[in-house]
Design a protein. Structure first.
Length: 412
């Protein structure tokens, strides 16, 4: 298959550097041409065997990054190559994963619909940056692949709406949202999603629940800017993402004579007002768990009761029933770490027992579940133990698996 990519790569001005196992490494003088080539390759691959069942088609994964490379003879290496390789590992089969540097360069120049995936930790890459996935149809109705940690209350500051917008008002609104993000980040008990993550949803028409799901946060801070006769009004509201309920709302008026002083005043007043509101909301959430939280826990407990039967008789129905119960728990509460962890463990067992027709798909699902569990609660022993078990059986990385498993008992 690698050789069949050469014509498309050449037609887009690229050069094949070499092959590694079933992979191809290519470089391009133009980032836009490289992206066009990646999307063209995936579209062509999708059209090769339209009559074949989805699980029987050849599926490629492509990683795209822009960076400096070092040439050694006919070979190239360096961070740019390493990062592209890590992004390829994140890509969905049949899809493309690319860095935010690529996204910033190609957006508006190539007509694509892509999905932001957060800022993952990449193996042997010291810095973090945003990643994007294409096409979004592969991930329809699913949570983003990369979620921010949710081991403490979390919030996203959404881009503020601008009414009667001009470039000046739009810049002012973005500045307020950015400063609010920075100010809230100084509250050490609160996780604040990055500005880049939140601004990826600018102009996207979705409700609060969907925005919270995509960002992986519990609360959203939304707002709007209106200007008239040298005066400006900033309206802001704090929303619980899962329910859309308003926790706090207020507005601030001021003159545009000193825009920076006005911006500082708005940020200070807003943070001072929403911090106690957030603390009250968190206290109330702990005292009065939502009905879906209780139902999710109930499904989780029923699944744990079936563990013995599931593994002593894997051909029986207990394993499938447990997986279904945990799927229902996760649907009710996508951030419930114990359910995610146990679901990943059960999925790995089902794959190891040969109970899943597509073993590779089962393996990927198990890995995805335990990764989400650890991100949801890095201090949950079950999440750490399940991550270690699945990691050992899926990648063979025993050192990493042992490190996670050994941490689990110490946190109980």
């Amino acid at each position: 298959m690698p050789n069949s990519l050469n014509p498309l790569i050449r037609n887009h001005g690229g050069h094949v550097v070499g092959y590694a196992c079933d992979g191809t490494l290519a470089e391009f003088p133009s980032l836009v041409r490289a992206a066009e080539c990646a999307f063209a390759i995936q579209r062509a691959a999708g059209e090769r065997e339209p009559e074949a069942a989805p699980d029987r088609r050849l599926a490629l994964r492509i990683g795209l990054h822009f960076g400096d490379v070092i040439a050694t003879g006919a070979d190239i290496h360096g961070d740019g190559v390493n990062i592209a390789a890590r992004l390829e590992q994140l890509a969905e089969p049949g899809g493309v994963c690319f860095s935010d540097r690529v996204h910033d360069e190609i957006i508006g120049k190539i007509d694509i619909d892509c999905e932001y995936g957060g800022e993952p930790e990449l193996k042997n890459i010291s810095r973090r940056f945003g990643v994007w996935f294409w096409p979004t149809s592969l991930r329809s109705g699913r949570a983003p692949r990369i979620l921010p940690p949710a081991d403490k209350p979390s919030i996203g500051v959404m881009p503020f709406d601008v009414f009667g917008a001009g470039a000046e008002e739009d810049g002012f609104a973005d500045g307020v949202a950015e400063d609010l993000t920075s100010a809230l980040s100084r509250l050490n008990w609160l996780f604040v999603v990055s500005r880049m993550s939140a601004f990826a949803l600018k102009g996207v028409k979705i409700d609060a629940a969907e925005a919270g799901r995509r960002l992986g946060v519990r609360y959203l801070l939304e707002g709007s800017v209106r200007r008239a006769n040298g005066r400006v009004r900033i309206a802001a509201q704090l929303i619980e993402a899962s329910t859309g309920a308003h926790i706090w709302a207020d507005h601030f008026d001021g003159r545009l004579d000193d825009i920076f002083e006005l911006q500082d005043e708005i940020v200070s007043s807003t943070v001072g007002a929403i911090e106690p509101s957030l603390l009250r909301a968190e206290a109330e959430r702990i005292r009065n768990p939502r009905a879906e939280d209780v139902r999710a826990h109930h499904h989780y407990l029923r699944a744990t009761a079936l563990m013995g039967a599931a593994f002593t008789n894997p051909a029986g129905g207990a394993l499938d029933e447990s997986r279904e119960l945990l799927a229902q728990a996760i649907e009710l509460d996508p951030g419930y770490a114990p359910a995610l962890a146990l679901a990943g463990y059960f999925e790995a067992k089902a794959w190891l027992f040969g109970r899943i027709a597509d073993g590779e798909a089962g393996k990927r699902h198990a890995v995805d579940l335990v990764e989400r569990a650890v991100r949801a609660d890095p201090q949950e022993p079950l999440a750490l133990g399940a991550y270690g078990f699945v990691s050992a059986n899926s990648s063979g990385d025993l050192d990493r698996a042992v490190a996670y498993i050994e941490r689990a008992p110490r946190l109980e």
